[in-house]
Design a protein. Structure first.
Length: 321
């Protein structure tokens, strides 16, 4: 029997991929670092039956309509805003993602980013490395407390709940906002439901963990930042486009809010002259929420397992909802 042709859009470790060669005819983009060009991806999408994509690949309607052999896209991320899922559905192309395996890892980073922002950890490290540490003084690099404060989680899903668990351990008061209420999350984390505006007004730390959709696009705009407390922080570990970055920059320089921790940006990679990079009260990370070796290996394997299940006619492990 001929094996289905699968194209992987980034070089993944041989030790992960090799075992799957028994079931799949695998070709990989040779670079571990640089993304595949759109042109090359188009060609492979047309000749392959399956794709294993990264969040950097824009799998849009044009690409899908030209890919007559394609029957599955396994996206190696839990977010799938980079794939036109609606068109895929109409063309009967399955789409899978990687929920659960990255939840705790991403929550660790999100809470770590909150802590780094509040306690000025990155600035403080740079302070020493820049040879500025000449004295100790009572208010040198003084930050803001985390314990006893209110965290407002916008998007109380898998990762949001895992962040709530951490916040509870830190003695924080927890608010959350979703389109739907989650009584079991209220019960297990002691979280209280608030509407979006109420959450913004009451929280010391506003943490965004929604997916990027038409509804959440630029959800954090000028009005949202104006609703926040002047000494509150904004943390984003979802997708950059949930935020109007110009409005965030204005809010920071006008001191409408105290600072921000950002793992994601509207344009990634961010350009070196991006205004937010010039703000000392903003901590910027290059989209590393799920980036631990353990979790990235698990995400790779889950994506490959989905492909194998699909071609063996078994139920998909983690189809997008
Ligand atoms: P999830 O379990 O689906 O949770 C998403 C939550 O967002 C749900 O509770 C949902 O509740 C809420 N939501 C959806 N639309 C909303 C809206 N319009 N307004 C308010 N809340 C809304 O997803 P997850 O696994 O926690 O992942 C969440 C997102 O994190 C992913 O989509 C991805 O973009 C991002 N992520 C980033 C990284 C990183 O590296 N930084 C890593 C992993 C994931 P309702 O449906 O009730 O509204
Ligand atoms: C990462 O950002 C993901 O969605 O998995
Ligand atoms: C700080 O190091 C202290 O001892 O208070």
């Amino acid at each position: 029997m001929t094996k289905p042709k699968v194209f992987i859009t980034r070089r993944l470790p041989d030790e992960v991929v090799d075992p799957y060669k028994e079931h799949l005819d695998i070709e990989m983009w040779p670079s571990e670092v640089e993304p595949v060009s759109r042109q090359v991806l188009m060609e492979h999408a047309q000749s392959s039956q399956g794709l294993l994509t990264m969040l950097t690949e824009n799998v849009d309607e044009q690409m899908l309509r030209k890919s007559n052999n394609l029957s599955i896209i396994a996206n190696m991320a839990v977010g799938y805003d980079n794939v036109d899922v609606k068109t895929a559905e109409t063309l009967d192309i399955a789409v899978t993602h990687t929920p659960d395996v990255l939840t705790e890892t991403t929550a660790d980073l999100t809470f770590g980013l909150l802590m780094a922002t509040a306690r000025r950890v990155v600035e403080a490290s740079q302070y020493i490395k820049d040879n500025k540490w000449e004295h100790w003084s009572p208010l040198m690099l003084a930050g803001t407390d985390i314990h006893g404060k209110t965290i407002g989680i916008v998007g109380m899903g898998r990762i949001g709940e895992a962040v709530a668990k951490r916040a509870k351990g830190f003695g924080m008061n927890i608010l959350y906002y979703n389109r739907s209420r989650k009584p079991e999350a209220e019960e297990s984390h002691g979280a209280s439901y608030a509407d979006f505006k109420g959450l913004l007004e009451q929280s010391d730390y506003v943490v965004c963990l929604t997916p990027l959709t038409d509804e959440t696009h630029h959800m954090f705009n000028k009005e949202a930042f104006h609703s926040m407390k002047k000494d509150a922080f904004f943390i984003n570990a979802s997708r950059g486009a949930t935020v109007d970055e110009e409005a965030l920059y204005e809010a920071i320089i006008n001191k409408d809010i105290a600072g921000a921790g950002l793992d994601v940006f509207e344009q990634e990679p961010i350009s070196s002259d991006h205004p937010l990079l010039s703000c000392p009260e903003v901590v910027c990370l290059p989209h590393i929420g799920s980036a631990t070796k353990e979790t990235r290996y698990n995400m790779m394997k889950l994506s490959l397992d989905n492909l194998v299940h699909h071609f063996q006619g078994k139920p998909l492990l983690t189809p997008v909802p």
